[in-house]
Design a protein. Structure first.
Length: 172
């Protein structure tokens, strides 16, 4: 009987030590700066991907839809880019649908609230009056700014040119 109590006490002590270590580890990880940095990076990536999809999409099948698309562009952007997009006149014509196929945050400054994002985007363009879209692939770099709503918006957007490799385009 005495042996069983000793074993039960030792088992209970080990279980409590294990739970205590787990709780301490959890508390350390929860307050870790790298965890907060990772959350900000993930938020910038998610918001940036969504904004790039919006900025490469426009339904210009009617003036109302084109106007709504330009409004969506303004909502996804900030700063000078937002002002520039706001000056775009809605017109009917070809429509485009952008899909971000891959993206990554290349720089993040959580104190300044800025980030850089690179992405590849597939853009399906449907000419007016045609049901057959053509597909184009783009590589983009975006500068993101965290707004007062703790949302990341595109401040600047640039196309990234494809680098030519040796022997490419020579006699082919």
């Amino acid at each position: 009987m005495r042996r069983a109590r000793a074993l039960a006490g030792a088992g209970l002590t080990l279980a409590l030590a294990f739970c205590g270590t787990g709780a301490w580890t959890y508390a350390q990880a929860r307050g870790d700066d790298s965890l907060a940095y990772g959350r900000q990076r993930d938020a910038a990536l998610a918001d940036g991907r969504g904004a790039l999809a919006v900025l490469t999409t426009l339904d210009a099948s009617s003036p109302q839809r084109a106007k709504a698309g330009i409004r969506a562009w303004r909502d996804a952007s900030t700063g000078p880019l937002q002002d520039e997009l706001g000056r775009t006149a809605p017109r009917t014509g070809a429509s485009a649908r952008g899909t971000v196929t891959d993206a990554a945050v290349t720089a993040l400054d959580t104190r300044a609230g800025t980030a850089k994002l690179i992405a590849t985007v597939r853009v399906d363009v449907t000419p007016a009056g045609s049901g057959t879209p053509t597909t184009d692939r783009k590589r983009l770099e975006a500068v993101l700014l965290r707004t007062g709503d703790d949302e990341w918006k595109v401040k600047a957007l640039d196309a990234v040119p494809l680098a030519r490799t040796a022997g490419e385009g020579e006699g082919r």
